[in-house]
Write a protein that binds this ligand. Structure first.
Ligand code: GLA
Length: 358
């Protein structure tokens, strides 16, 4: 077991200083190929981790508090006992509190956060941050990450209970359980994860920031969750994925349309996996278009900025394009056939590795 300055090992202060543990952990952003607003509805999604993300450097500290420096924001935080605050500071505090609650004995540490993932762009900078913080804090405490599904749940509690965004498990699982070159098929009902090879056959996936920044905690996201919970209550089912096709018509609007979205989106995920399996990327493109229509008309999470970004992707020759993540702004995703260039402002994305120690 490593020794830490913070362990008050007075007999060997010099040795302890030499043994200062420093670790770096990277939490990736994520793209969701298809399967939106299905995670908290017991449905299906097909995300993957991308190369940009958040890197946390953690160093054991002799002090009696945590020090956090957010380089990209040029802001800092200091705390001994994590108390609730708003903004980015809720993440390190929440992760420390939840890790301790889960029985991890964390040494005090200095943490430095660096990010090349724009906040609010819909690529889940929040899950990138919480997963990198978890791995770095566990690493500096000499612990392995352990069960990644459990860790995803812990990061999701941070987001729900400390940050105040009632998000599901999509982003955290994508960040923690993805595999390079693959998309991750998640069945949220059984929490079953399947790695699906993402062979794009010369097609390119690219994201385009709509310019409409979104903030899950403040947006209509929580309102959608409440609507889905109400629809379940009225139908007497545990999750909307268990609704029957006829159930939508039994509900008042907009609840009926919310059900239609969830059921059709689950079906599009199944069809996308099948289309990828037979190398039919044009069909994947059509499914992205179908997903966008449903998210715009039935789930109502699009905005004028998002519509313009989707149109820009289609005008450039995308085989399919759609709003991605929570919506209400953020990024859109487009799929481009071989030889067709995405718009200049778009960023090509590829399936990269999961959160890890560097
Ligand atoms: C956000 C949330 C996820 C998920 C998506 C929509 O990214 O964090 O849990 O609900 O929106 O699919």
């Amino acid at each position: 077991m490593p020794t830490y300055p913070g362990m008050a090992c007075s007999a060997s202060a010099a040795a302890a200083i030499q043994a200062v543990v420093q670790v770096r952990a990277h939490g990736p952003g994520r793209v969701n190929l298809i399967g939106e607003h299905t995670d908290y509805n017991g449905g299906l999604a097909l995300p993957f981790a991308v190369a940009p993300g958040v890197t946390v450097t953690a160093e054991g500290s002799a002090g009696d508090h945590f020090e956090v420096q957010a380089h990209d924001l040029d802001e800092r935080d200091t705390f001994a006992v994590p108390e609730r605050v708003s903004g980015w500071r809720a993440f390190p505090r929440g992760v420390v509190a939840e890790l301790r609650e889960a029985g991890h004995a964390l040494p005090f540490a200095r943490l430095a956060i660096d990010s090349d993932l724009p906040q609010g762009s819909g690529l889940s900078s929040s899950a990138a941050l919480s997963t990198a913080l978890c791995l770095a804090l566990l690493g500096v405490g000499g612990e392995e990450a352990g069960d990644r599904i459990e860790l995803a749940r812990l990061c999701s509690r941070v987001e729900n209970e400390w940050v105040g965004a009632h998000t599901g498990l999509l982003d955290q699982l994508a960040a923690l359980a993805s595999q390079e070159g693959h998309a991750l098929l998640i069945d949220f009902d059984r929490l079953k994860l399947t790695h699906v090879p993402l062979d794009l056959r010369g097609f390119t996936l690219a994201t385009l920031d709509s310019g409409g920044s979104h903030d899950n905690a403040a947006s209509g996201y929580n309102e959608r969750r409440d609507e889905c919970a109400l629809a379940c209550e009225l139908l007497g089912i545990p999750s909307l994925s268990q609704a029957g096709a006829a159930d939508a018509g039994r509900l008042p609007e907009p609840l009926g349309r919310r059900v239609l979205h969830v059921l059709s989106e689950n079906q599009r995920v199944r069809e996308a996996v099948a289309a990828l399996g037979r190398g039919d990327l044009e069909e994947v493109g059509r499914l992205l278009d179908g997903s966008h229509e449903s998210l715009r008309d039935c789930y109502e999470v699009s905005t004028p900025e998002v519509e313009r970004a989707v149109e820009a992707m289609k005008d450039a020759g995308a085989a399919g394009a759609r709003v991605m993540g929570a919506g209400f702004g953020g990024s859109v995703l487009g799929l481009f056939p071989p030889g067709v260039d995405p718009p200049a402002a778009a960023e090509p994305v590829e399936p990269g590795p999961a959160a890890r120690l560097l």
